[in-house]
Design a protein around this ligand. Structure first.
Ligand SMILES: Cc1cc2nc3c(=O)[nH]c(=O)nc-3n(C[C@H](O)[C@H](O)[C@H](O)COP(=O)(O)O)c2cc1C
Length: 366
């Protein structure tokens, strides 16, 4: 029970009853035609309100930023109204929730964008793999290179979506600069071949953060990064100097937090934590879900203030209570991970349901 995950966390921006965050997870249950959140999404997030902080699934801040069927948006008043119902329910259940703004850039397809071509820093397609569309998997296409004016408009769209997020009752916004999507494409060696000002690979990320912070306040703005992560054909040959420059530019702004996804060879948390004076949220990504033991070691080593669990929160809506009582964890099922209905989404038992206790659970420690 004596876990650092269960101690409160207070900063200027965040007042959290515990140090577990629910990591952003795309679950593809929004209305696919409109991008409006559906009632079952309210049920899903409300079930997880015991998290110190919920970070929502990725949400497109621009109509060209959508990366899959059923991914929600935040560009129109219908989106704002839909999210408002959801954030009210999460707050009524005692929770706090940030919206993750997720522009996928080249990781899309005309089928997902009303026939439009995906956009990216440069016209470089992902060389292998396929993207999931309503008509099944399709090959990636070459993206349209954003012009200077389009780049500026894309930056502004993040600020507008952030304003919409606050209007919709979110407590703040997390900008997704991780995992190979638009911001990570600008940060990369191989997806950004620009010769204009954006050949400075950190510039786009800084402009998006500055635009969002200027609109909703730095204390309601978080940024997620995954330095050195090669997903979706990204090459960052020497991540340390690039992320040092990024952090040096952002550290003085007073952001709500920096969310660092650590994976692979580069020990991002050890390297970056000493360079960041504000709050650090950590996620350790690998083939197995990040576990309680790893999270506690990360907090005890002073490498982060808050630990974000993805797959464990997906399968355990009451994760903090399970940690507190050393209860076994529900194993994650792959059914319903992306899209579908209630199965694999809102049917994971809580301890208070009287099910799941001591049956097929796995040990919470790793
Ligand atoms: C179903 C699923 C959907 C995800 N969607 C997102 C997303 O929308 N945005 C994001 O930044 N990361 C996303 N991730 C990555 C998680 O936030 C997290 O970094 C990863 O799962 C590693 O953490 P874990 O080991 O605790 O699961 C997703 C992960 C899963 C399993």
């Amino acid at each position: 029970m004596n876990s650092p995950l269960l101690t409160p966390y207070r900063s200027t921006a965040l007042h959290l009853p515990n140090r577990t965050a629910m990591a952003p997870m795309t679950r593809a249950r929004a209305d696919d035609t409109t991008g409006v959140p559906t009632p079952i999404m309210t049920e899903y997030y409300t079930q997880r309100a015991a998290a110190g902080l919920i970070v929502s699934e990725g949400i497109w801040p621009h109509p060209l930023g959508k990366g899959g069927p059923g991914v929600p948006g935040l560009t129109e008043s219908a989106h704002v109204e839909g999210w408002r119902r959801l954030t009210r329910a999460v707050h009524a259940a005692g929770g706090r929730i940030f919206a993750q703004l997720w522009h996928v850039g080249r990781v899309s397809h005309p089928d997902l964008l009303g026939g439009e071509q995906p956009v990216a820093p440069s016209a470089v397609a992902i060389s292998h793999g396929q993207i999931f569309t309503a008509a099944g998997p399709k090959d990636y296409v070459a993206p349209h290179e954003l012009s200077a004016a389009e780049t500026a408009e894309t930056v502004r769209s993040h600020a507008t979506a952030a304003r919409n997020a606050i209007d919709a009752g979110f407590d703040g916004v997390e900008i997704n600069g991780a995992y190979g999507y638009l911001i990570a494409q600008f940060l990369s060696d191989n997806a950004n071949l620009r010769t204009d000002g954006y050949s400075d690979r950190v510039r786009f990320a800084i402009e998006v953060v500055e635009a969002v912070a200027a609109t909703i306040g730095a204390d309601r703005t978080g940024l997620r990064i995954s330095p050195g992560n090669p997903l979706l054909d990204i090459v960052e040959s020497d991540p340390a100097p690039r992320y040092h420059r990024l952090l040096d530019a952002l550290d003085g702004m007073g952001l709500a937090y920096l969310h660092v996804v650590q994976s692979g060879k580069y020990a991002a948390l050890e390297d970056l934590r000493p360079r960041w004076n504000g709050t650090v949220v950590a996620t350790c990504d690998g083939p197995e879900p990040g576990g309680r033991g790893q999270a506690e070691r990360t907090l005890r080593a002073g490498l982060a203030d808050v630990y974000a669990f993805g797959r464990l929160f997906l399968a355990n809506p009451d994760l903090p209570q399970r940690i507190a009582s050393d209860a076994p964890l529900n194993p994650m099922r792959t059914t319903g991970m992306y899209g579908g209905g209630a199965e694999g989404y809102v049917d994971y038992p809580r301890l208070s349901d009287g099910a799941g206790r001591g049956r097929t659970g796995v040990s919470p420690a790793r």
